[in-house]
Design a protein around this ligand. Structure first.
Ligand code: UD1
Length: 340
């Protein structure tokens, strides 16, 4: 019998491309779809090299109901891992309508196609952003939820939709995975995060400073309520995150029910600690300046990852040094990203 077929949406993106490899390594068949709105077709070439087979891929937009229906009509799909979404916080404040339209209608289109085709196992990409300004650290899944920007609101709304869907029809099995701060890259350096334009997130920015594409990092605030005054986050290696998706999928397909789980290490690191770790891993210096706080940023955010360990048998294993070393290898091998 053929192994189960898993549909990945947003398949050529940063986290999805790593998950693609992890699923293949775990013995699943993978069908990927993407519209390349924030990724490059070159990822497919890299996946072919890494996975040893031509990736099964269809170019499609998750908001295009007819196209998604065609994907489902091809052959039975056992489960969907839905990554496809816009994800830049700042851009979401400038273009709220685009964010609500894309992120919500993508989810609706995928779930409606799943219902039509009797596929009811879904892994959903959520984010620690749904905890807003956390009242307690480390953050447990039962913490209060809120949104501080339209991007975060789309994740919160999506979680609500999925909760209602599951409550209305318990035959749905849904894993809602709340990612902390994904960084790092595949150990080969062949795939990684490939931001267009100026990176919003700190790790790609640091990498571009280290390689000389940018003069210095602006550290957004050194007067936070943290040990060294800079913001503290739970950085997690993208390969650990990818393995978390495999564990969640196994849970769903084993009929264990639905789950909401944090995917983080449980370990907070400050921006200054990250800069030092990167300098050590790369052997390059990362000049920085202290700049004003970035609006909407919080002091500290890190996970209590106990539930994922208890229920999924998963925990992150790669440390900050490995995250930095792998980010650097990727940056060094692909100085201009995949377009260059
Ligand atoms: C943001 C999003 C989060 C998303 C995550 C990963 C919010 C509020 N934030 O998290 O939803 O999941 O990205 O994509 O929803 N920093 C600098 N200089 C920089 C960039 C960042 O000092 O040039 C600092 C920030 O102030 C923060 C830390 O680095 O303390 C991490 O920032 P970033 O990588 O942007 O992630 P978050 O804001 O935590």
């Amino acid at each position: 019998m053929n192994p189960p077929l898993i549909l990945l949406t947003g398949a050529t993106g940063f986290i999805a491309s790593h998950t693609w490899l992890a699923l293949q390594a775990a013995g699943y068949r993978v069908l990927g779809i993407d519209n390349f709105s924030n990724s490059s077709p070159e990822v497919l070439t890299r996946l072919k090299t890494l996975g040893g087979m031509t990736p099964d891929f269809i170019r499609a937009d998750v908001c295009d109901a007819a196209a998604i229906d065609t994907v489902f009509a091809r052959e039975p799909i056992a489960a969907v891992v839905h990554f496809a979404a816009f994800k830049a916080v700042g851009e979401s404040a400038a273009k709220p309508l685009a964010y609500y339209a894309n992120n919500l209608s993508g989810l609706f289109t995928v779930c409606q196609a799943m219902e039509r085709h009797h596929c009811q196992a879904l892994v959903f990409s959520s984010s620690a952003t749904v905890y807003g300004k956390p009242e307690q650290l480390p953050i447990r899944e039962d913490a209060a939820l809120s949104a501080t920007n339209p991007y975060g609101a789309t994740k919160l709304m999506s979680e609500t939709v999925l909760r209602d869907l599951q409550a209305a029809d318990p035959s749905w099995a849904i894993a809602t995975l709340r990612y902390f701060n994904p960084v790092g890259a595949h150990e080969s350096g062949l795939i990684g995060e490939d931001p267009r334009g100026t990176p919003n997130n700190v790790m790609p920015f640091i990498s571009q400073v280290a390689i000389g594409k940018r003069a210095r990092l602006s550290i957004f605030g050194n007067d936070y309520d943290t040990a060294d005054g800079t913001g503290v986050r739970d950085y997690i290696h993208v390969s650990d995150l990818a393995e978390g998706h495999v564990a969640a999928l196994r849970y769903l397909l084993a009929g264990k029910g639905s789950i909401v789980a944090n995917l983080g290490t449980g370990q907070g690191s400050s921006v200054l600690e990250l800069v030092r770790a990167f300098e050590q891993a790369s052997g390059r210096s990362v000049p920085f300046e202290i700049a004003p706080r970035r609006p909407g940023d919080i002091d500290a955010c890190y996970a209590d990852p106990a539930r994922a360990h208890e229920l999924l048998g998963w925990r992150a294993t790669r440390d900050l040094q490995t995250m930095c070393a792998d980010s650097w290898r990727w940056q060094n091998l692909n100085p201009n990203g995949l377009a260059g």
